[in-house]
Design a protein around this ligand. Structure first.
Ligand code: UFG
Length: 323
């Protein structure tokens, strides 16, 4: 298929584009490089620099490239930042995303795979979180993604847009070529590995008084390659759906740090800090629905394999993409 990957120079988009290309699809990448990196664009893809804020630009890009499907990764995705600057999240994730949907309605492609998040649920009544649980986000980031999910329903009903929204839990790990690098790094695993690389003196643990066995937050870390495979299955889905996407396992912040110690052989000093606003204590996915309906199976079930792939990438590219 011919696929436009919007936000394809970012962490998740770059790996999805790589997998699409490996499987013989034709890929165009549209990215404003605000969060993404020029070097994260696979050389086999056609790169089109542009911003979703510019309605005409995305419309002209779709009209010229004529994709059969679109994958939409372009968004801001930091819980903490969204608590400081909600306007940025509502504008970029909702309003600029609408420019993409409107351009799709005008120019033709009917199939969309959308990056959603488990942050749309907020603190759940129970784990694992399945698709029947109520969505009550506790930060503007989750709220912005939930709003876009609702917009997708209406565009499906009114304009016949077919979509699959994948609610990721915590994307982690790397492919051989592409990995996790944010200009402002707030994510746990890259921050821990930066200590092992000697780039930071210590890791901060945000909150040690949660109601969890070791007092730190629990997350469901999913390998980026498993996540990318789910996008390819979703692209072929005959109907619109929402799927939760994680491994069904959970690791605490302390367990992640211990695992990084084991993989890197570095002692990784820590310092305990207060809770970070907007962090739910425990997020674990039920992925039964996507397993049953799309035949998705995670291939990386253990945290160590995920961290090993991240560590390999960080050692190969200690300065990331260098921009
Ligand atoms: N954490 C630390 N120290 C750090 C970084 C993080 O203790 O230096 C803690 C956080 O407080 C949290 C956990 O590690 O408890 C995971 O934090 P991340 O920042 O790695 O990931 P989040 O769970 O906050 O957010 C990620 C994505 C979101 C997505 C969310 C769903 O960034 O897009 O997962 O859980 F919505």
């Amino acid at each position: 298929m011919k696929v436009l990957v919007v936000g394809g120079a970012g962490y998740i988009g770059s790996v999805c584009a790589e997998l699409l290309l490996n499987e013989g699809h034709t890929v165009g990448i549209f990215d404003n490089l605000s969060e993404g990196h020029r070097r994260a664009v696979d050389s086999r893809a056609q790169f089109m620099e542009g911003d979703l804020a510019d309605r005409d630009r995305i419309q002209a890009t779709l009209a010229a490239f004529q994709p059969e499907a679109v994958m939409h990764f372009a968004a801001n995705a930091l819980v903490g930042e969204s608590m400081q600057n909600p306007s940025k999240y509502f504008r970029n994730n909702i309003s600029h995303g609408l420019n993409l949907l409107d351009a799709m309605v005008t120019t033709g492609p009917k199939q969309l795979v959308f990056s959603s998040t488990c942050a749309t649920f907020g603190p759940p009544e129970r784990v694992p979180i399945d698709e029947t649980l109520p969505q009550r986000p506790i930060n503007p980031y989750g709220e912005s993604k939930l709003a876009f999910e609702k917009i997708l329903r209406w565009y499906g009903e009114i304009h016949g847009l077919r979509f699959v929204a994948l609610r990721y839990f915590n994307a982690a790990g790397a492919s051989e070529n592409f990995g996790e690098e944010h200009r402002c790094e707030t994510h746990l695993i890259p921050n821990v590995l930066k200590v092992a690389l000697g780039q930071n003196p210590q890791v901060e643990i945000f909150g040690t008084d949660y109601d969890t066995p070791d007092g730190t937050c629990i997350r469901d870390y999913i390998h980026i390659l498993d996540l990318a495979r789910a996008h390819i299955l979703a692209m072929a889905s005959p109907r619109s759906e929402f799927y939760n996407l994680g491994t069904g396992g959970g690791s605490s912040v302390r367990e992640v740090i211990d695992c990084c110690r084991k993989v890197t052989g570095h002692k990784i000093p820590v310092v305990e800090k207060p809770r970070r606003p907007g962090d739910p204590p425990r997020l674990i996915a039920s992925s039964e629905k996507i397993q049953k309906e799309l035949g998705w199976r995670p291939q990386f079930q253990n945290l160590e394999a995920i961290i090993q792939s991240a560590w390999k990438w960080h050692q190969k590219f200690p300065n990331g993409y260098g921009d």
